[in-house]
Design a protein around this ligand. Structure first.
Ligand code: ATP
Ligand code: MG
Length: 402
């Protein structure tokens, strides 16, 4: 059934619960990924034991109460963290995100019914086999993501499922079943109830996925509810750009946002709570991207100095969007500049501010101005990057300037 046997610690956790006469099953994404033959990132078990009962069963283990409000304990078994959750049936949802009450349940069936998609709503027991009330196995085989029950209702209950659908379909390269797909669009307005942190997390998951391009091409209009700066008309172009970029976060974010005017980026990043480092990189890529590529060597060096960290990303994004003018020669010149380790920034100059002071230049803003001019001089001719040549040039501009 599953290609590989369950890892020893998972078996041990199931056995431990059963020895104490509880039920336990493997569920969720771990089971789904195992059935797909993918690497399993985390193992989730579901059980009729309450968290208090679990604590007894696992009293000899390290236990973390990470999600105890939802009935989840994390137990470390032989070094492997396993999340174990009491059977639940969710109460009424009032805010499109959190069930009003979390009810523990006595039945596996109820627990599976509250889960979002058929491929996530199976349970597996090493002896009893697969429990598959919603034909998740068949959907897995057809690479199809389908809501458990009525998708409109399920998205209405919890709008995060909308983003989970896009993220999972992208990660697994699944298509989204018809009614589920329609409901994504119909209920997309509910995304405004979802906290930015969750939106960003799912968005980054979507962007990283193998089918990110296809999913964005088909569902960009779902995201425009929360990112109105995106233009659905350009879905195809955006999707293509994303697909072609390296799948780390910042290059894909840059591709996603490549048509948004620079002056709108800062507020967008703040709204999505993108961390400063990532935001800075995306902004650098896009600032560089929106300029014509330089062609003269000193200009290329200046550009390389300014955008050093993201130079290849800028070139890749130009290529990904079909803006290839001067691109090939730009790439080869940049490569040569790097190979020759040409100085590109102030700290790579053969002299620093201290040297200028010692050479008799007065302390003050002038020092910075002169250093900038020295860098300009080195952009023109990297051979000039010697102490002797630069100090001589510094004295000359100092004399002319004062
Ligand atoms: P991943 O591979 O990203 O971990 P996952 O499917 O395991 O994907 P988790 O967030 O770890 O996602 O959730 C574990 C399981 O809990 C899911 O497979 C699903 O059965 C259920 N689940 C999670 N979030 C929801 C939700 N918002 N609504 C309904 N069921 C959910
Ligand atoms: Mg998981």
């Amino acid at each position: 059934m599953i290609d590989h046997p369950l890892p020893e610690p998972v078996m041990l956790a199931i056995d431990s619960l059963e020895w104490a006469s509880f039920e336990a099953y493997l569920v969720g994404g771990g089971l789904r990924d195992a059935l797909l033959g993918l690497k399993v990132e985390d193992y989730d078990l579901t059980t009729n034991a309450t968290p208090e009962e679990m604590k007894h069963v696992f009293s000899g283990y390290r236990v973390y109460e990470t999600g105890i409000a939802h009935g989840t304990l994390q137990v470390i078994v032989e070094g492997l963290p396993i999340e174990i959750t009491t059977y639940r049936s969710d109460g009424i949802y009032t805010d499109h995100r959190h069930p009003e009450t979390v009810r523990f349940s006595k039945s596996l069936e109820e627990d599976l019914a509250r889960r979002d998609f058929t491929v996530n709503a199976m349970a597996y027991h090493p002896k009893k086999g697969l429990i598959d009330l919603y034909h998740g196995r068949e959907d897995l085989e057809n690479r199809c993501l389908r809501s458990v029950g009525n998708p409109l209702e399920r998205f209405h209950e919890d709008a995060l499922r909308i983003l989970r659908a896009l993220r999972l379909a992208s990660k697994l390269d699944f298509r989204i079943e018809g009614a589920t797909s329609e409901a994504l669009y119909k209920e997309s307005h509910l995304l405004e109830h979802i906290a930015s942190e969750r939106i960003l997390k799912e968005l980054l998951g979507l962007l990283k996925g193998k089918a990110a391009g296809r999913i964005l091409g088909d569902y960009l209009g779902v995201l425009t509810t929360v990112i109105p700066e995106l233009d659905q008309e350009n879905a195809f172009l955006i999707a293509k750009a994303v697909e072609k970029m390296d799948n780390a976060s910042y290059p894909r974010l840059a591709a996603l946002f490549h048509q948004i005017p620079l002056d709108q980026l800062k507020s967008l990043f703040r709204r999505l709570r993108i961390d400063k480092r990532t935001a800075g990189k995306v902004e650098d890529v896009l600032e560089g991207y929106h300029q014509p590529l330089p062609t003269a060597l000193p200009d290329i060096r200046r550009f390389a100095g300014r955008y050093r960290e993201v130079l290849w990303d800028i070139a890749d994004l130009k290529e990904a969007t079909g803006d290839t003018e001067h691109l090939a020669s730009f790439r080869s010149e940049v490569q040569r500049i790097f190979d020759r380790m040409e100085p590109l920034s102030l700290d790579e100059l053969a002299v620093d501010g201290e040297d200028l002071l010692q050479a008799g230049i007065q302390n003050g803003p002038e020092v910075g101005i002169i250093l900038d001019k020295l860098l300009e001089c080195v952009y023109e001719n990297p051979m000039k990057n010697t102490r002797r040549a630069l100090l001589k040039y510094a004295k000359k501009i100092n004399k002319n300037g004062s």
